[in-house]
Design a protein around this ligand. Structure first.
Ligand SMILES: Cc1cc2nc3c(=O)[nH]c(=O)nc-3n(C[C@H](O)[C@H](O)[C@H](O)COP(=O)(O)OP(=O)(O)OC[C@H]3O[C@@H](n4cnc5c(N)ncnc54)[C@H](O)[C@@H]3O)c2cc1C
Length: 478
Protein backbone atom coordinates (compact mmCIF):
# COMPACT_ATOMS: atom_id res chain seq x y z
CA UNK A 1 0.00 0.00 0.00
CA UNK A 2 1.13 3.58 -0.58
CA UNK A 3 0.83 6.60 1.65
CA UNK A 4 -0.18 8.77 -1.33
CA UNK A 5 -3.23 10.83 -0.57
CA UNK A 6 -6.12 10.67 -2.98
CA UNK A 7 -7.85 13.70 -4.44
CA UNK A 8 -10.17 15.22 -1.82
CA UNK A 9 -12.88 15.62 -4.43
CA UNK A 10 -14.36 12.43 -5.84
CA UNK A 11 -15.23 14.43 -8.98
CA UNK A 12 -11.62 13.73 -10.05
CA UNK A 13 -11.99 9.96 -9.62
CA UNK A 14 -11.13 9.15 -13.28
CA UNK A 15 -7.61 10.51 -12.68
CA UNK A 16 -7.05 7.73 -10.11
CA UNK A 17 -7.45 5.04 -12.76
CA UNK A 18 -4.03 3.80 -13.86
CA UNK A 19 -2.27 6.11 -11.37
CA UNK A 20 0.07 5.16 -8.51
CA UNK A 21 -3.06 4.86 -6.36
CA UNK A 22 -4.25 1.92 -8.48
CA UNK A 23 -2.88 -1.65 -8.34
CA UNK A 24 -3.51 -1.65 -12.09
CA UNK A 25 -4.20 -5.36 -12.54
CA UNK A 26 -4.85 -6.62 -16.05
CA UNK A 27 -7.27 -9.48 -16.60
CA UNK A 28 -6.48 -12.39 -18.92
CA UNK A 29 -7.59 -11.96 -22.55
CA UNK A 30 -10.95 -13.63 -23.16
CA UNK A 31 -12.59 -14.56 -26.48
CA UNK A 32 -15.98 -13.80 -24.85
CA UNK A 33 -15.06 -10.11 -24.76
CA UNK A 34 -13.43 -9.96 -28.17
CA UNK A 35 -10.03 -11.17 -26.95
CA UNK A 36 -9.56 -8.11 -24.76
CA UNK A 37 -7.84 -7.65 -21.41
CA UNK A 38 -9.53 -5.33 -18.93
CA UNK A 39 -7.77 -2.83 -16.64
CA UNK A 40 -9.00 -4.16 -13.30
CA UNK A 41 -8.36 -1.16 -11.05
CA UNK A 42 -8.31 -1.46 -7.25
CA UNK A 43 -7.27 1.18 -4.70
CA UNK A 44 -3.68 1.02 -3.43
CA UNK A 45 -3.50 3.71 -0.74
CA UNK A 46 -4.84 3.89 2.80
CA UNK A 47 -8.54 3.15 2.59
CA UNK A 48 -8.14 1.12 -0.61
CA UNK A 49 -10.94 1.62 -3.12
CA UNK A 50 -12.83 3.90 -0.76
CA UNK A 51 -10.11 6.57 -1.14
CA UNK A 52 -10.16 6.66 -4.96
CA UNK A 53 -13.71 5.73 -5.83
CA UNK A 54 -16.80 7.63 -6.92
CA UNK A 55 -18.08 7.93 -3.31
CA UNK A 56 -21.45 6.31 -4.04
CA UNK A 57 -23.03 4.77 -0.92
CA UNK A 58 -25.18 1.76 -1.81
CA UNK A 59 -25.93 -0.65 1.01
CA UNK A 60 -27.23 -3.67 -0.91
CA UNK A 61 -30.72 -5.06 -1.40
CA UNK A 62 -32.69 -6.84 1.31
CA UNK A 63 -32.29 -10.12 -0.63
CA UNK A 64 -28.49 -9.74 -0.74
CA UNK A 65 -28.34 -9.95 3.04
CA UNK A 66 -31.00 -12.68 3.28
CA UNK A 67 -28.86 -14.75 0.88
CA UNK A 68 -25.74 -14.04 2.94
CA UNK A 69 -27.52 -15.15 6.15
CA UNK A 70 -28.80 -18.32 4.48
CA UNK A 71 -25.37 -19.33 3.18
CA UNK A 72 -23.68 -18.41 6.45
CA UNK A 73 -26.34 -20.33 8.35
CA UNK A 74 -26.60 -17.38 10.71
CA UNK A 75 -29.54 -14.94 11.06
CA UNK A 76 -27.16 -12.29 12.37
CA UNK A 77 -26.44 -11.59 8.70
CA UNK A 78 -30.04 -11.05 7.60
CA UNK A 79 -31.42 -7.73 6.37
CA UNK A 80 -32.92 -6.77 9.73
CA UNK A 81 -29.58 -7.33 11.46
CA UNK A 82 -27.68 -5.43 8.77
CA UNK A 83 -30.06 -2.47 9.10
CA UNK A 84 -28.86 -2.21 12.70
CA UNK A 85 -25.23 -2.21 11.55
CA UNK A 86 -25.91 0.46 8.93
CA UNK A 87 -27.94 2.60 11.34
CA UNK A 88 -24.99 2.52 13.72
CA UNK A 89 -22.54 3.47 10.95
CA UNK A 90 -24.46 6.28 9.27
CA UNK A 91 -25.39 9.86 9.85
CA UNK A 92 -28.01 10.32 7.16
CA UNK A 93 -28.60 13.85 5.87
CA UNK A 94 -31.64 13.17 3.64
CA UNK A 95 -35.35 12.77 4.38
CA UNK A 96 -35.70 11.12 7.82
CA UNK A 97 -36.26 7.35 7.71
CA UNK A 98 -35.95 6.25 11.34
CA UNK A 99 -36.60 2.59 10.57
CA UNK A 100 -33.69 2.34 8.14
CA UNK A 101 -31.27 5.24 8.52
CA UNK A 102 -28.85 6.25 11.27
CA UNK A 103 -28.45 9.73 12.74
CA UNK A 104 -25.28 9.56 14.85
CA UNK A 105 -22.79 7.35 13.02
CA UNK A 106 -19.31 8.27 11.76
CA UNK A 107 -20.14 7.87 8.04
CA UNK A 108 -21.87 10.96 6.66
CA UNK A 109 -24.24 10.08 3.84
CA UNK A 110 -26.30 12.52 1.81
CA UNK A 111 -28.25 12.54 -1.43
CA UNK A 112 -26.24 13.91 -4.39
CA UNK A 113 -26.79 17.68 -4.69
CA UNK A 114 -27.72 19.91 -6.33
CA UNK A 115 -29.28 17.55 -8.84
CA UNK A 116 -28.45 18.61 -12.40
CA UNK A 117 -31.39 18.80 -14.83
CA UNK A 118 -29.84 15.97 -16.91
CA UNK A 119 -30.16 13.53 -14.00
CA UNK A 120 -33.67 14.76 -13.21
CA UNK A 121 -34.53 14.00 -16.84
CA UNK A 122 -33.07 10.52 -16.43
CA UNK A 123 -35.29 9.91 -13.40
CA UNK A 124 -38.35 11.39 -15.13
CA UNK A 125 -37.61 9.17 -18.12
CA UNK A 126 -37.23 6.14 -15.87
CA UNK A 127 -40.68 6.81 -14.44
CA UNK A 128 -42.17 6.99 -17.93
CA UNK A 129 -40.74 3.53 -18.71
CA UNK A 130 -42.17 1.97 -15.56
CA UNK A 131 -39.76 2.46 -12.65
CA UNK A 132 -41.15 3.90 -9.41
CA UNK A 133 -39.20 6.78 -7.91
CA UNK A 134 -37.95 6.65 -4.32
CA UNK A 135 -36.39 9.14 -1.88
CA UNK A 136 -33.14 7.14 -1.68
CA UNK A 137 -31.64 3.95 -3.14
CA UNK A 138 -30.93 2.84 0.43
CA UNK A 139 -34.43 3.20 1.87
CA UNK A 140 -37.58 1.46 0.69
CA UNK A 141 -36.08 0.95 -2.78
CA UNK A 142 -33.59 -1.55 -1.29
CA UNK A 143 -36.61 -3.69 -0.45
CA UNK A 144 -38.23 -3.51 -3.91
CA UNK A 145 -37.46 -5.27 -7.18
CA UNK A 146 -37.00 -2.10 -9.21
CA UNK A 147 -37.00 1.66 -8.95
CA UNK A 148 -34.98 4.82 -9.36
CA UNK A 149 -33.63 7.56 -7.10
CA UNK A 150 -31.09 10.31 -6.67
CA UNK A 151 -28.10 8.36 -5.42
CA UNK A 152 -26.47 8.64 -1.97
CA UNK A 153 -22.85 9.62 -1.47
CA UNK A 154 -20.22 9.91 1.27
CA UNK A 155 -19.44 13.52 0.48
CA UNK A 156 -19.42 16.61 2.71
CA UNK A 157 -19.71 20.35 2.23
CA UNK A 158 -18.92 21.47 -1.32
CA UNK A 159 -17.85 18.06 -2.52
CA UNK A 160 -15.14 16.75 -0.19
CA UNK A 161 -14.75 12.99 -0.05
CA UNK A 162 -15.36 11.63 3.43
CA UNK A 163 -14.12 8.10 2.89
CA UNK A 164 -14.54 5.32 5.45
CA UNK A 165 -10.78 5.67 6.10
CA UNK A 166 -11.20 9.38 6.96
CA UNK A 167 -14.31 8.67 9.03
CA UNK A 168 -13.22 5.55 10.88
CA UNK A 169 -9.44 5.17 10.93
CA UNK A 170 -7.88 8.64 10.69
CA UNK A 171 -9.49 9.87 13.96
CA UNK A 172 -7.88 6.91 15.79
CA UNK A 173 -4.32 7.25 14.49
CA UNK A 174 -3.18 8.49 17.92
CA UNK A 175 -4.40 5.32 19.70
CA UNK A 176 -1.61 3.26 21.26
CA UNK A 177 -3.12 0.03 19.96
CA UNK A 178 -3.10 1.20 16.33
CA UNK A 179 0.03 1.31 14.17
CA UNK A 180 -0.32 2.12 10.48
CA UNK A 181 2.64 1.02 8.33
CA UNK A 182 2.69 2.18 4.72
CA UNK A 183 4.85 0.92 1.83
CA UNK A 184 4.68 -2.62 3.21
CA UNK A 185 3.36 -5.41 0.99
CA UNK A 186 2.20 -8.55 2.79
CA UNK A 187 3.36 -11.73 1.10
CA UNK A 188 2.30 -14.59 3.35
CA UNK A 189 0.54 -15.56 6.57
CA UNK A 190 2.82 -17.12 9.20
CA UNK A 191 1.52 -20.19 11.05
CA UNK A 192 2.34 -22.22 14.11
CA UNK A 193 0.61 -25.47 13.17
CA UNK A 194 -2.89 -24.43 12.13
CA UNK A 195 -2.78 -21.23 14.13
CA UNK A 196 -2.05 -17.95 12.32
CA UNK A 197 0.56 -16.02 14.31
CA UNK A 198 1.59 -13.21 11.98
CA UNK A 199 2.40 -12.13 8.46
CA UNK A 200 5.51 -11.79 6.32
CA UNK A 201 5.86 -8.62 4.27
CA UNK A 202 8.27 -6.65 2.16
CA UNK A 203 8.74 -3.16 3.57
CA UNK A 204 10.85 -0.55 1.76
CA UNK A 205 12.48 -3.44 -0.14
CA UNK A 206 13.34 -5.48 2.99
CA UNK A 207 11.65 -8.66 4.25
CA UNK A 208 9.95 -8.16 7.61
CA UNK A 209 7.70 -10.23 9.83
CA UNK A 210 4.89 -8.96 12.03
CA UNK A 211 3.66 -11.14 14.93
CA UNK A 212 0.01 -10.99 15.94
CA UNK A 213 -0.78 -10.28 19.60
CA UNK A 214 -4.34 -11.49 19.04
CA UNK A 215 -5.54 -12.48 15.57
CA UNK A 216 -4.59 -12.08 11.91
CA UNK A 217 -7.29 -10.39 9.80
CA UNK A 218 -6.83 -10.17 6.04
CA UNK A 219 -8.56 -7.16 4.42
CA UNK A 220 -6.63 -6.94 1.19
CA UNK A 221 -9.51 -6.91 -1.27
CA UNK A 222 -10.94 -9.60 -3.55
CA UNK A 223 -7.73 -10.09 -5.56
CA UNK A 224 -4.98 -9.83 -2.93
CA UNK A 225 -6.74 -11.70 -0.11
CA UNK A 226 -6.95 -14.94 -2.14
CA UNK A 227 -3.46 -14.27 -3.53
CA UNK A 228 -1.98 -14.14 -0.02
CA UNK A 229 -3.94 -17.23 1.06
CA UNK A 230 -2.64 -19.13 -1.98
CA UNK A 231 0.92 -17.95 -1.30
CA UNK A 232 0.42 -19.27 2.25
CA UNK A 233 -0.57 -22.72 0.97
CA UNK A 234 -4.34 -22.33 1.47
CA UNK A 235 -6.44 -22.97 -1.63
CA UNK A 236 -7.24 -25.60 -4.26
CA UNK A 237 -4.67 -28.36 -3.63
CA UNK A 238 -4.14 -29.12 -7.34
CA UNK A 239 -3.34 -25.49 -8.17
CA UNK A 240 -0.91 -25.17 -5.26
CA UNK A 241 0.83 -28.44 -6.11
CA UNK A 242 1.21 -27.40 -9.74
CA UNK A 243 3.27 -24.43 -8.52
CA UNK A 244 5.26 -26.40 -5.96
CA UNK A 245 3.62 -24.64 -2.99
CA UNK A 246 3.23 -26.99 0.01
CA UNK A 247 -0.50 -27.44 0.76
CA UNK A 248 -1.39 -26.21 4.23
CA UNK A 249 -5.14 -26.45 3.66
CA UNK A 250 -7.17 -27.65 0.66
CA UNK A 251 -9.87 -24.97 0.34
CA UNK A 252 -11.15 -25.08 -3.28
CA UNK A 253 -13.11 -21.83 -2.80
CA UNK A 254 -10.00 -19.66 -2.40
CA UNK A 255 -9.76 -17.50 -5.52
CA UNK A 256 -12.83 -19.15 -7.06
CA UNK A 257 -16.20 -17.46 -7.47
CA UNK A 258 -14.81 -14.06 -8.53
CA UNK A 259 -17.86 -11.85 -9.07
CA UNK A 260 -18.50 -8.27 -10.21
CA UNK A 261 -21.07 -6.24 -12.07
CA UNK A 262 -19.99 -6.41 -15.69
CA UNK A 263 -20.18 -2.83 -16.99
CA UNK A 264 -21.35 -1.75 -20.45
CA UNK A 265 -21.15 1.84 -21.65
CA UNK A 266 -24.28 2.51 -23.73
CA UNK A 267 -23.42 5.73 -25.55
CA UNK A 268 -25.53 8.39 -27.27
CA UNK A 269 -24.43 11.51 -29.02
CA UNK A 270 -25.66 14.47 -26.98
CA UNK A 271 -28.32 16.94 -28.12
CA UNK A 272 -28.34 20.70 -27.63
CA UNK A 273 -29.07 20.83 -23.87
CA UNK A 274 -26.16 21.41 -21.54
CA UNK A 275 -24.71 18.31 -19.90
CA UNK A 276 -23.52 18.22 -16.27
CA UNK A 277 -19.82 19.05 -15.73
CA UNK A 278 -18.50 16.55 -13.15
CA UNK A 279 -17.98 12.95 -14.25
CA UNK A 280 -20.13 11.56 -11.45
CA UNK A 281 -23.65 10.26 -11.86
CA UNK A 282 -26.33 11.66 -9.58
CA UNK A 283 -29.15 9.22 -10.33
CA UNK A 284 -29.51 5.45 -10.34
CA UNK A 285 -31.98 2.88 -11.70
CA UNK A 286 -32.46 -0.74 -10.61
CA UNK A 287 -34.54 -3.30 -12.48
CA UNK A 288 -34.74 -6.83 -13.89
CA UNK A 289 -35.21 -10.12 -12.12
CA UNK A 290 -32.17 -11.89 -10.82
CA UNK A 291 -33.98 -15.15 -10.13
CA UNK A 292 -34.26 -14.29 -6.43
CA UNK A 293 -37.31 -12.56 -4.93
CA UNK A 294 -37.27 -8.92 -5.99
CA UNK A 295 -33.49 -8.85 -6.35
CA UNK A 296 -32.58 -6.52 -9.26
CA UNK A 297 -30.26 -7.76 -11.96
CA UNK A 298 -29.37 -4.40 -13.44
CA UNK A 299 -28.00 -1.18 -11.99
CA UNK A 300 -27.60 1.89 -14.18
CA UNK A 301 -25.95 5.26 -13.69
CA UNK A 302 -25.25 7.89 -16.33
CA UNK A 303 -22.41 10.18 -17.21
CA UNK A 304 -21.73 13.17 -19.43
CA UNK A 305 -19.12 11.69 -21.77
CA UNK A 306 -18.64 8.61 -23.95
CA UNK A 307 -17.58 5.84 -21.53
CA UNK A 308 -16.46 2.96 -23.71
CA UNK A 309 -13.44 0.68 -23.93
CA UNK A 310 -10.51 1.87 -26.09
CA UNK A 311 -11.19 -1.09 -28.42
CA UNK A 312 -14.87 -0.16 -28.80
CA UNK A 313 -13.93 3.50 -29.38
CA UNK A 314 -11.51 2.46 -32.14
CA UNK A 315 -14.08 0.20 -33.78
CA UNK A 316 -17.30 2.20 -33.39
CA UNK A 317 -16.06 5.76 -32.99
CA UNK A 318 -16.49 7.93 -29.92
CA UNK A 319 -19.28 10.52 -30.25
CA UNK A 320 -18.51 13.93 -28.77
CA UNK A 321 -20.36 15.48 -27.05
CA UNK A 322 -22.04 12.39 -25.66
CA UNK A 323 -23.75 10.89 -22.66
CA UNK A 324 -23.51 7.30 -21.45
CA UNK A 325 -25.82 5.03 -19.57
CA UNK A 326 -23.45 2.94 -17.43
CA UNK A 327 -25.23 -0.39 -17.37
CA UNK A 328 -24.10 -2.87 -14.73
CA UNK A 329 -25.31 -6.47 -14.77
CA UNK A 330 -25.03 -9.27 -12.23
CA UNK A 331 -23.65 -12.34 -13.94
CA UNK A 332 -24.43 -16.04 -13.95
CA UNK A 333 -20.80 -16.86 -14.74
CA UNK A 334 -17.94 -16.42 -12.30
CA UNK A 335 -14.24 -15.78 -12.67
CA UNK A 336 -11.19 -16.70 -10.63
CA UNK A 337 -7.94 -15.44 -9.14
CA UNK A 338 -4.96 -17.81 -9.39
CA UNK A 339 -1.20 -17.49 -8.94
CA UNK A 340 0.90 -17.24 -12.07
CA UNK A 341 4.03 -18.43 -10.25
CA UNK A 342 5.00 -19.09 -6.64
CA UNK A 343 6.89 -15.77 -6.60
CA UNK A 344 4.85 -13.26 -4.53
CA UNK A 345 6.04 -10.47 -6.84
CA UNK A 346 4.33 -11.97 -9.89
CA UNK A 347 0.94 -10.60 -10.95
CA UNK A 348 -2.00 -12.96 -10.39
CA UNK A 349 -3.99 -14.62 -13.18
CA UNK A 350 -7.42 -12.96 -13.17
CA UNK A 351 -10.22 -14.48 -15.25
CA UNK A 352 -13.36 -12.35 -15.00
CA UNK A 353 -15.94 -14.70 -16.48
CA UNK A 354 -17.56 -11.74 -18.30
CA UNK A 355 -20.13 -13.03 -20.82
CA UNK A 356 -18.91 -16.64 -20.52
CA UNK A 357 -22.50 -17.79 -20.04
CA UNK A 358 -24.62 -17.38 -23.22
CA UNK A 359 -27.60 -16.40 -21.04
CA UNK A 360 -25.55 -13.48 -19.73
CA UNK A 361 -25.17 -12.26 -23.33
CA UNK A 362 -28.94 -12.48 -23.88
CA UNK A 363 -29.60 -10.62 -20.60
CA UNK A 364 -27.01 -7.95 -21.42
CA UNK A 365 -28.78 -7.24 -24.74
CA UNK A 366 -32.07 -7.02 -22.82
CA UNK A 367 -30.46 -4.52 -20.43
CA UNK A 368 -29.17 -2.49 -23.39
CA UNK A 369 -32.68 -2.40 -24.89
CA UNK A 370 -34.04 -0.98 -21.63
CA UNK A 371 -31.36 1.72 -21.67
CA UNK A 372 -32.27 2.46 -25.29
CA UNK A 373 -35.95 2.94 -24.46
CA UNK A 374 -35.01 5.23 -21.56
CA UNK A 375 -32.66 7.27 -23.78
CA UNK A 376 -35.57 7.79 -26.20
CA UNK A 377 -38.10 8.68 -23.51
CA UNK A 378 -39.68 12.12 -23.80
CA UNK A 379 -37.92 13.67 -20.73
CA UNK A 380 -34.51 12.71 -22.19
CA UNK A 381 -35.26 14.17 -25.64
CA UNK A 382 -33.48 17.55 -25.05
CA UNK A 383 -30.27 15.63 -24.34
CA UNK A 384 -30.46 13.12 -27.18
CA UNK A 385 -28.55 13.68 -30.40
CA UNK A 386 -28.82 11.66 -33.59
CA UNK A 387 -26.15 8.98 -33.27
CA UNK A 388 -25.99 6.01 -30.89
CA UNK A 389 -23.26 3.46 -30.25
CA UNK A 390 -23.83 0.82 -31.52
CA UNK A 391 -27.03 2.29 -32.99
CA UNK A 392 -30.46 0.90 -33.81
CA UNK A 393 -29.26 -2.51 -34.93
CA UNK A 394 -29.99 -6.22 -34.49
CA UNK A 395 -29.54 -8.07 -31.20
CA UNK A 396 -26.47 -9.79 -32.68
CA UNK A 397 -24.90 -6.40 -33.48
CA UNK A 398 -25.68 -5.12 -29.98
CA UNK A 399 -24.13 -8.28 -28.49
CA UNK A 400 -20.98 -7.75 -30.60
CA UNK A 401 -20.69 -4.18 -29.31
CA UNK A 402 -21.24 -5.27 -25.69
CA UNK A 403 -18.43 -7.84 -26.04
CA UNK A 404 -16.14 -5.05 -27.29
CA UNK A 405 -16.93 -2.68 -24.41
CA UNK A 406 -17.60 -5.01 -21.42
CA UNK A 407 -15.53 -3.90 -18.46
CA UNK A 408 -15.43 -3.86 -14.68
CA UNK A 409 -17.72 -1.84 -12.40
CA UNK A 410 -14.87 -2.31 -9.83
CA UNK A 411 -17.15 -4.41 -7.61
CA UNK A 412 -14.73 -7.35 -7.37
CA UNK A 413 -15.83 -9.82 -4.67
CA UNK A 414 -16.59 -13.45 -3.82
CA UNK A 415 -13.08 -14.98 -3.83
CA UNK A 416 -13.15 -16.21 -0.20
CA UNK A 417 -16.85 -16.46 0.37
CA UNK A 418 -18.85 -17.24 3.45
CA UNK A 419 -20.64 -20.55 3.95
CA UNK A 420 -20.56 -24.02 5.36
CA UNK A 421 -20.28 -25.95 2.07
CA UNK A 422 -17.18 -27.19 0.27
CA UNK A 423 -16.72 -23.99 -1.73
CA UNK A 424 -16.83 -21.76 1.34
CA UNK A 425 -13.68 -20.23 2.81
CA UNK A 426 -14.96 -18.51 5.97
CA UNK A 427 -17.71 -19.16 8.50
CA UNK A 428 -20.32 -16.69 9.72
CA UNK A 429 -17.73 -15.10 12.03
CA UNK A 430 -15.18 -14.56 9.23
CA UNK A 431 -12.91 -17.40 10.48
CA UNK A 432 -11.07 -19.29 7.75
CA UNK A 433 -12.25 -22.90 7.77
CA UNK A 434 -9.72 -25.25 9.30
CA UNK A 435 -7.51 -22.57 10.87
CA UNK A 436 -7.31 -20.73 14.18
CA UNK A 437 -6.73 -17.03 14.62
CA UNK A 438 -7.27 -16.18 10.94
CA UNK A 439 -10.17 -14.08 9.68
CA UNK A 440 -11.04 -12.33 6.44
CA UNK A 441 -13.02 -9.09 6.34
CA UNK A 442 -13.38 -7.51 2.91
CA UNK A 443 -15.28 -7.91 -0.37
CA UNK A 444 -13.85 -11.42 -0.80
CA UNK A 445 -16.35 -12.83 1.70
CA UNK A 446 -19.48 -11.74 -0.22
CA UNK A 447 -21.11 -14.81 -1.76
CA UNK A 448 -22.05 -12.72 -4.77
CA UNK A 449 -21.98 -9.11 -5.83
CA UNK A 450 -24.62 -7.06 -4.01
CA UNK A 451 -27.27 -5.37 -6.12
CA UNK A 452 -25.54 -1.99 -5.83
CA UNK A 453 -21.97 -0.78 -5.39
CA UNK A 454 -19.79 -2.61 -2.89
CA UNK A 455 -18.10 -0.02 -0.63
CA UNK A 456 -20.93 0.20 1.92
CA UNK A 457 -21.26 -3.61 2.26
CA UNK A 458 -17.49 -3.77 2.86
CA UNK A 459 -17.75 -1.14 5.61
CA UNK A 460 -20.61 -3.12 7.20
CA UNK A 461 -18.52 -6.29 6.99
CA UNK A 462 -15.64 -4.47 8.69
CA UNK A 463 -17.93 -3.22 11.45
CA UNK A 464 -19.25 -6.74 12.09
CA UNK A 465 -15.72 -8.15 12.14
CA UNK A 466 -14.65 -5.50 14.66
CA UNK A 467 -17.57 -6.46 16.93
CA UNK A 468 -16.66 -10.14 16.78
CA UNK A 469 -12.97 -9.58 17.42
CA UNK A 470 -13.71 -7.27 20.36
CA UNK A 471 -16.19 -9.80 21.83
CA UNK A 472 -13.64 -12.58 21.55
CA UNK A 473 -10.92 -10.48 23.13
CA UNK A 474 -13.23 -9.47 25.98
CA UNK A 475 -14.18 -13.11 26.61
CA UNK A 476 -10.49 -14.16 26.61
CA UNK A 477 -9.60 -11.38 29.07
CA UNK A 478 -12.64 -11.98 31.34
C1 LIG B 1 -12.33 3.26 -9.53
C2 LIG B 1 -13.28 2.66 -8.51
C3 LIG B 1 -14.52 3.26 -8.31
C4 LIG B 1 -15.40 2.70 -7.39
N1 LIG B 1 -16.56 3.38 -7.10
C5 LIG B 1 -17.32 2.95 -6.06
C6 LIG B 1 -18.37 3.75 -5.55
O1 LIG B 1 -18.57 4.89 -5.95
N2 LIG B 1 -19.15 3.23 -4.56
C7 LIG B 1 -18.93 1.99 -4.05
O2 LIG B 1 -19.71 1.55 -3.20
N3 LIG B 1 -17.91 1.23 -4.49
C8 LIG B 1 -17.07 1.70 -5.43
N4 LIG B 1 -15.98 0.99 -5.79
C9 LIG B 1 -15.75 -0.31 -5.14
C10 LIG B 1 -15.27 -0.18 -3.71
O3 LIG B 1 -14.32 0.85 -3.57
C11 LIG B 1 -14.70 -1.53 -3.29
O4 LIG B 1 -15.72 -2.49 -3.37
C12 LIG B 1 -14.17 -1.53 -1.88
O5 LIG B 1 -13.20 -0.53 -1.68
C13 LIG B 1 -13.57 -2.89 -1.58
O6 LIG B 1 -13.11 -2.90 -0.26
P1 LIG B 1 -12.11 -4.02 0.23
O7 LIG B 1 -11.87 -3.75 1.68
O8 LIG B 1 -12.63 -5.35 -0.16
O9 LIG B 1 -10.76 -3.85 -0.59
P2 LIG B 1 -9.93 -2.57 -1.01
O10 LIG B 1 -10.72 -1.32 -0.92
O11 LIG B 1 -9.33 -2.94 -2.33
O12 LIG B 1 -8.79 -2.47 0.11
C14 LIG B 1 -7.73 -3.36 0.19
C15 LIG B 1 -6.53 -2.66 0.82
O13 LIG B 1 -5.50 -3.60 1.03
C16 LIG B 1 -4.29 -3.11 0.48
N5 LIG B 1 -3.49 -4.27 0.05
C17 LIG B 1 -3.79 -5.15 -0.94
N6 LIG B 1 -2.84 -6.09 -1.02
C18 LIG B 1 -1.94 -5.80 -0.08
C19 LIG B 1 -0.74 -6.44 0.35
N7 LIG B 1 -0.30 -7.55 -0.22
N8 LIG B 1 -0.05 -5.88 1.39
C20 LIG B 1 -0.51 -4.73 1.98
N9 LIG B 1 -1.64 -4.11 1.64
C21 LIG B 1 -2.35 -4.63 0.62
C22 LIG B 1 -4.74 -2.24 -0.68
O14 LIG B 1 -3.71 -1.34 -1.04
C23 LIG B 1 -5.95 -1.57 -0.07
O15 LIG B 1 -5.55 -0.47 0.72
C24 LIG B 1 -15.06 1.51 -6.69
C25 LIG B 1 -13.81 0.94 -6.87
C26 LIG B 1 -12.91 1.51 -7.77
C27 LIG B 1 -11.55 0.88 -7.93
Amino acid sequence: MTRTTAFPTPDRWPENIGSERDWGYLTEPSPRIAGRRVLYSMGKGLGGGSSINVAVWSRGHRQDWEDFAELAGDPRWNYRSMLDVYRRLETWHGDPDIERRGTEGPIHVRPAQPTHAFFSAMLDGAETVGLDRYASPNGELAERGSGCAVRDETVENVGTRRSPYRALVAPRLHQRNLTVITHAVVTEVVFDGNRAVGVKAVSEGRPVEFRAACEVVLSLGAVQTPKILLQSGIGPAGHLESLGIPVRGNLPGVGSGLDDHVLFGCVWEAGKCELPPPPRAQAVCFWGSDGRPESPKFIMYSGAAAFMSPEAAARYGRPDPAFTFLLGMRMRSRGSVRLRTADPASAPIIETGYLDDPDDVRDAVEGYRFAEVLAHSQPMSPYLGTRAVPGGVSDADVAAYLRHTASTFWHQCGTARVGTDEGAVIDAEFRVHGFDNLRIADASVLPRVTSGNTMAPCVAIGARAADLIRDRRNSVEA
